[in-house]
Ligand binder design. Sequence first.
Ligand SMILES: *Cc1c(COP(=O)(O)O)cnc(C)c1O
Length: 349
Amino acid sequence: MGSCRLLQEQAQPAICAAVVKADAYGLDAAEIAPVLAKAGCQHFFVAHLEEGVTLRRILGSGATIAVLHGPLAGTEADFIAHDLVPVLNSLDQISRWSATAVVSGERLPAILQVDTGMARFGLSEADVNILIEDQQRLNALDLQLVMSHLACADEPDHPANTMQLDLFQQMGSILPCRRMSLAASSGIFLGPEYHFDFVRPGAALYGIAPQEGRPNPMRPVIRLQGKVVQIRDVPANTPVGYGHTARTTTSSRLATVAVGYADGFLRSLSGRGGAWFNGSHLPIVGRVSMDSIILDATALPDGSLLPGALVDLIGPDRDLDALARDAGTIGYELLTSLGTRYHRQCIHS
Ligand SMILES: *Cc1c(COP(=O)(O)O)cnc(C)c1O
């Protein structure tokens, strides 16, 4: 996977972990995680315990799998059984995971998350001070990493970036841990001072642009196609689709494609953007239905687009981020919304 190597080069000598939560951002972790492992990735992050259990089954033993949400009360034994490393986000999670370690008679691996300015996950500054004053709290644990997460890394000039960086360095200098990690995809491109020992890209691995309004350094890795199921020729002034929100202005050829909002092709794309076929743009006409969209194929030569043909919704002519913008969202949401009716195929290269 080219994206993986580019990120590794960009971040080195920091180690590149892979974030494969939400089924590898909707792309199928069972296909993607082994490809990443084969490309040399040894560290994986998921959000939920259940995702970690599934990923352990996919990858077998060896790789490190960290669970971002940490151990919720009562799940500690599952972490041990499936060899998962919890990200500890609170003093309570630290004490419960420590108690588990004491009972198990082993120093259990753990990652500690600190909140440097997002108010979402991790220990607050006050929590960190409590921990520093009473470092015994960490004695039963093998603290492998201290991590934090940037709130505004996709905007390189946002002042929050350097504020979070400073606070993270300060917290890191007083916490008893050898290794640190701050950057996800966007943070990798903020510069080497953000790399520390580990970087944790997700989105960039899947081709999403790491920084808004800048050229995308990542290779597009996704192609999304829809199948034409019907073609019809209609006269001018024909109302099209639900609500008759659109009418043809001339005699037109319309192509109905079997992708709709139930497939994560968002209804906000109604009348916006389109699909591509052999280099031609086919605009979406009218509303996106649950199972279909209607394209204007009038510009294509006779007989070139037939039922059964595949049109590109994301592909060489149409990048994921542009489609997301048309839908009023971001690439992350678009990918993770892709439904289960697509036939997914992983092409190794
Ligand atoms: C999702 C997530 C990542 C990956 O973020 P991307 O922007 O997709 O690279 C990294 N770290 C944490 C804590 C996350 O929640």
